[in-house]
Each structure stands twice: as C-alpha cells, then as structure tokens.
Design a protein around this ligand. Sequence first.
Ligand SMILES: *[C@@H]1O[C@H](CO)[C@@H](O)[C@H](O)[C@H]1NC(C)=O
Ligand SMILES: *[C@@H]1O[C@H](CO)[C@@H](O)[C@H](O)[C@H]1NC(C)=O
Ligand SMILES: *[C@@H]1O[C@H](CO)[C@@H](O)[C@H](O)[C@H]1NC(C)=O
Ligand SMILES: *[C@@H]1O[C@H](CO)[C@@H](O)[C@H](O)[C@H]1NC(C)=O
Length: 424
Amino acid sequence: MAIVSPSADLAALLTFLIICLIHRCGAGGYDAEFYHPVILIPGFTCPNLEARLTDAYAPSLPRCGAFKGKGWFPLWKNTSDLVRQDYVPCFDEQMRLVYDPTLKDYRNLPGVETRVPDFGSAHGFTSKNDSSRTPTCLTRVREELELLGYRDGKTLFGAPYDPRHAPPLPGQPSKVYSDYFARVKDLVERASRKNQNRPVILVAHSFGGKVILGFVNRTPMPWRKKFIKHLVLVSPTPPEGFMGVLTNLASGPSFLVPSVPPLLLRPMWRTFASTLLSLPSPMAFGHRPIVITKHRNYSAYDYKDFLTTLGLNTQIVQRVLSMKLRIDPPMVPTTYLNGVGVKTPEQVVYRDGNFDVPPEKVYGDGDGTMNLFSVLAFVKELSRQQQVDIPFKFIEIANATHSDIVVQEHSLKKVMDVILEANR
Ligand SMILES: *[C@@H]1O[C@H](CO)[C@@H](O)[C@H](O)[C@H]1NC(C)=O
Ligand SMILES: *[C@@H]1O[C@H](CO)[C@@H](O)[C@H](O)[C@H]1NC(C)=O
Ligand SMILES: *[C@@H]1O[C@H](CO)[C@@H](O)[C@H](O)[C@H]1NC(C)=O
Ligand SMILES: *[C@@H]1O[C@H](CO)[C@@H](O)[C@H](O)[C@H]1NC(C)=O
C-alpha cells in the first residue's frame, strides 16, 4: 500500500494543466480527443426516486392515496416539500420494502411501483438538504469537471441507484440490482463508444463506492480491462462496517430528512436491505463492546441478540447473520481517498437500554462517520491487487469529514487531482 503525501505528483498535474491550456479546457473549448469519459456514482441520499400507486395500494391514511392512479410522481427528491405537504407518514409507508422469504429478495408494498429517474445523467441526482449552504452529492466535482470542458451525456455521466436495496453478495438474488448492473454496463459501453472507445473513469462517493465495487466485481476480467481506466473511491462505505449503521437501526436515521425526528423514519429505515449492510464487523471491531446498556453489552459478535432485541423480523436477522464478509479487490487501477483526524463515534451508550433516545457516544478517529480502523482494514484488502501489479493508492486527507470531502476546497482539489491524473 502506498500512502501518498497531499502534494504528490504536482509535476504530472502541471503537465496536464499546460496541455489543458493549449486545448482551452477551461474556456468552454472541449476537446473530445483528450478526455476519458467520467461516470459519477453519488452517496446514499443523492439518487431520486419516483413512485406510481396502482389500485392494489391500500393507504393506511386516506391522504396517502392522493396520487393513486395519477402516474409517476417524485417520492424521494425534495425533503422540504415532504415536510411542508405533510407527506412524511405517506413517504414512510411508500418507501418501505418487504422481504419475501420465498424469493429471498425485497420488493415494494403491494400497489407501489418505484423507479430511479434520470439514469445516465450527471445532473440526475440532488442533495436532499435545502438548508445546506454547500452543494453535496458530487455536485462540486461535477462543476469542476464541467469547468474543464466535460459535458453531460457526452463525456460526463451519472449512475444513480435505488438506495433502499443492497448490492447483493454472490448467490443472493436482487432483481433491482441485476437490472441496475445491466444498465451500468450499458452506460459504460455507451460512454466509451462515444469517446473513441476510451475506457471510463468511475468516480464514487460513500455508498456509491460500495455500489460500484459490487458492480465491478461482477464483470468479467477482460471487460474490466477493456472498459475501466480508473476507479476513484471517495470515502467508500467499508464492508468492515461503521458505528452509524447500528445507531441508525436502533434509533432511526438522523441524516435522512432534515427537520423530521429520526424515530418517525425508523420503521421505514428498518425495512431497507441497505441499512443492514456494513454493520460493524468482528474483523474490524473485534470483541470490544460497541453498544452499552445497563443490563447487557453487545459486541460485533452479538447481532443475533441485538437485532432481535430491536425487534427486527427473524427471517431478516437470519439473512444478515448468514452473510459472509467477502472483499475482493476491483482489479482495476484504483485510488481511495478518505478523511482522517475527525472525531468519529466508535461506541454508544444507551444508559437505560431505551433505544428511542439518542445515545451518548464515545469517539475515536475517522472521518466523522467511517471509523479509521475499518477504513484501514478495507484499504488493506483492496491493496492486495498490487501483488499482481494493478495500481492501488490510498490518500488520507487530514480533517476532511465524510460529506465535506467532496465539497471543501482543499479536499475537493485532491479529488480533482486524482481524476486528472487518471486521465493521463
Ligand atoms: C425544494 O422545495 C423548496 C420549496 O418548494 C425549494 O425552495 C427548494 O429549492 C427545492 N429543492 C430542490 C432540491 O429542488
Ligand atoms: C443540513 O445542512 C445544515 C447546514 O449545513 C446542517 O447543519 C444540517 O445538519 C444538515 N441536515 C442534515 C439532516 O444533514
Ligand atoms: C459494559 O461495558 C462497560 C464498558 O466497557 C463496562 O464498564 C460494564 O461493566 C459492562 N457491562 C456489562 C453488563 O457487562
Ligand atoms: C486538523 O485539525 C486540527 C485540530 O483542529 C489542527 O490542529 C490541525 O492543524 C489540522 N490539520 C490540517 C492538516 O489541517
């Protein structure tokens, strides 16, 4: 594993910028002969979802049936509208997934159809936090690429996914992900074809990193070699897990819909396949107690009891417990960037054993969300591809938080440097 200092490869960047100057990249002049196409895969809250309610839908509240029979409408796009229009309980119901033990797969509630709009476009996903002054969701990366001359649909693309579903482990069925992976494969091939058969650069943030690794690892090796120039993983969700997964399951997600109490979203949250991924694993967290209550402590070995105590469906608990952690390096040139030096929860205390109140937190190192030891364990696994001379590089960025890493100037610049370098 190579840990690179922040100012690495300045010379290469300068060379690129000089070439860029000649080709007038920044001035709207676009040189198709120069760039590798880029596909953006954003974080968890960024993809949008549309829904269509059919006759089979039985709303629990009359007003939740308002859109029945009226075609597609945005279900997960603008969270301030959700709150203003008093649609949160309906949102909670219509977003839910149901686990079908016969199919061993997840589906929507009867009568609810969903789709991810704008697949293919780098403008096809949006931040859900209107009060945030800084644009999240790879928006700044997109803007920087556009300044360089990248154009949506020509050299620049986006691959939003349905964040409720989980990229499946080998042998697990997922209808939604089979369809998604097929679309990503088409998109990669189309992007390459449009650009003189140049291989693509995949740029993913957070959960998008997990999704795209799931994709890459399912493609045949010759296909990867032919179509993927470089994989840029920015704070990808490590399969070794992070504490936030537990607190979101126990007490509801605090980051999902601004101004809505996490407890209101908890019933919905617990039905998502994706929220059971990346539980803190024994591999990274060992035997240390990570959830502390008055009568019982839980370590990463105690999920059967912990998830049952929370009231999760036993079939789902079985499914979670049967999942084997398996990490395959992508076997394509890869750069992994992550923040460090930000205080990150690594143990939570529910003093009275009441999961409805936010826990006290004990902090360690990380990017505010991802625990550093988990990130380093993931890095170690991915770097195994260096044994067969496939480049892998890990770049730590001091004080960069999980979401700000693709927003703040100093870390954004490093992400852009990596994309430019990958273009060489
Ligand atoms: C969401 O809706 C509010 C109010 O209608 C509007 O001010 C805001 O710009 C919208 N946000 C997005 C991302 O569309
Ligand atoms: C939304 O953005 C504001 C301002 O940056 C921030 O304080 C708040 O925590 C964000 N809310 C969520 C739910 O992420
Ligand atoms: C739980 O862990 C804490 C901190 O490690 C310890 O002080 C406490 O005695 C443990 N409680 C039980 C019930 O094992
Ligand atoms: C990171 O933050 C700490 C504490 O605020 C500060 O002492 C340190 O200089 C910062 N490091 C960098 C590289 O910005």
